[in-house]
Design a protein around this ligand. Structure first.
Ligand SMILES: Cc1ncc(COP(=O)(O)O)c(C=O)c1O
Length: 425
């Protein structure tokens, strides 16, 4: 059997209709911003390998940290034991976040960090003997693929088979500028009922629904309302964290502070799976008591994995370098200049940008959605031209590793521009 035959025989790939889709590309090497396939063709990793790889592939500093850690402690149980890299990471992350956010719970990925946040919020009220079990969310959200996370996601084709099993969630519409006021009024009507354990949002950018962006002012007002009615606020910063929006976290763009923050993706520089859920001391304190059942009885075999923690600490070292922020600013400025160049194109519906995220929504004869047919055309065009871009339906987007060079960014823009021009014809 060839490698592809074996892949077909034994591997079940995610988000893939195996029967109709082309076989996967065999990547044999990943270095810096480049992915290289078995035929020697190289692709710029424009979406940072599912938005995780913030410092480029094969980063030497992260590699060294993992190697050193492996020689000391590879993996240990995290209940009844601790280790130095988990403590270092928790302290450093807590110090990067606004003060009340100071208790760090470890899990495995973005979905589990959200799952933990939801469970924390619901049990917080349970421990306080208050009946608040519903969740408030924003339409179009994506928070992951485990059951709790799915429950607070946009309801649709991705989760329809499971819908009858979801817990109760109310959604407010996506806050486009013209709807903001009306939505705040609606949110207040709902929050007044005092039945929500928490409000969960992807702060400022809804990633999977097409890098849809909304205003910091709206988010500030929404959080204020949630606080007014004692509803906990969860920020899912799985995608927006670690410099992606031009600041450390999306929450740094606003005044209000959430009660719980979910972190993953770029946390380890995107090289090992790890999730963190950071809560305020006030939430943590509600789990203290003489009774064991008041504790947060949740954990995973790989909770606090030392190798992942070491990678995350090394990633923080890199994020703390001025050079990284200069690169983030340069990429962001480059995006802005490119927007001016293409914004008048007749094939563009909308362009959005925040920090290193650039999203171009293409005009489509069908409704804008993940399954829009432009998606496949764009995906294959970009691959042929050496760009690894995985469009979200008719939204093509770039959220590259921060080590992207100016020349690589220019190359990305040349190819995107050619594709947009092709659509104009
Ligand atoms: C905002 C957000 N939350 C949660 C998740 C789920 O993370 P993971 O795929 O690591 O489970 C994602 C993944 O894209 C995400 O964008």
């Amino acid at each position: 059997m060839t490698l592809f035959e074996k892949d077909k025989e034994y591997v079940w790939h995610p988000f893939t209709q195996v029967q109709t889709e082309a076989p996967p590309i065999h990547i044999v090497r990943a270095k810096g911003t480049k992915l290289i396939d078995d035929k020697g063709k190289s692709y710029i990793d424009c979406n940072s390998s599912w938005w995780v790889n913030i410092h480029g592939h094969g980063n030497k500093h992260i590699q060294k940290a993992i190697n050193t850690q492996f020689k000391e402690v590879d993996h240990i149980i995290f209940a009844g034991a601790t280790h130095v890299k988990a403590i270092e990471l928790a302290e450093r992350v807590a110090n990067k976040l606004p003060k009340p956010l100071s208790k760090v719970f470890f899990s495995d990925d973005g979905s589990t960090s959200v799952e933990v946040a939801l469970k924390m919020a619901i049990q917080y009220w349970h421990n306080k003997n208050e009946k608040r079990t519903k969740i408030l969310a924003i339409d179009g959200a994506y928070h992951g693929d485990t059951f709790g996370a799915m429950s607070v996601c946009e309801r649709g084709v991705f989760n329809r088979p499971f819908e009858s099993l979801f817990f109760q969630v109310d959604f407010i519409d996506f806050p486009t500028p013209e709807k903001e006021e009306i939505l705040l009024a609606k949110a207040e009507t709902l929050l007044k009922l005092n039945q929500y354990a928490a409000l969960i949002v992807e702060p400022l950018v809804q990633g999977s629904s097409g890098m849809r962006m909304y205003s910091p002012q709206f988010l500030d007002e929404l959080v204020k309302l949630a606080k007014k009615y004692h509803t906990l606020v969860i920020f899912d910063e799985v995608m927006t964290g670690w410099g992606r929006t031009g600041k450390w976290f999306a929450l740094n763009h606003i005044q209000e502070i959430p009660d719980i923050v979910c972190l993953s993706k770029g946390l380890t520089g995107g090289v090992l799976p790890l999730g963190l859920t950071v809560a305020t001391k006030a939430i943590f304190n509600a789990f203290l008591g003489e009774e064991k059942q008041k504790a947060f009885l949740h954990g995973h075999s790989f909770t606090g994995n030392p190798l992942a923690c070491a990678a995350a600490c090394a990633s923080l070292d890199l994020l703390e370098e001025e050079e990284t922020w200069t690169a983030i600013q340069r990429i962001s400025n480059g995006h802005q200049t490119f927007i001016k160049e293409i914004e008048s194109s007749s094939s563009i519906q909308d362009i959005r940008q925040l920090g290193t995220i650039l999203a171009i929504e293409l005009k489509a004869s069908e409704e804008s959605s993940y399954f829009n047919s432009i998606r496949d055309e764009a995906y294959h065009y970009f691959l042929e031209n050496g760009l690894w871009i995985r469009p979200l339906g008719n939204v093509i987007f770039v959220n590259p590793p921060f080590c992207l060079t100016q020349a690589e960014q220019n190359r990305i823009f040349v190819v995107i521009k050619r594709f947009i021009k092709k659509l104009e014809l």
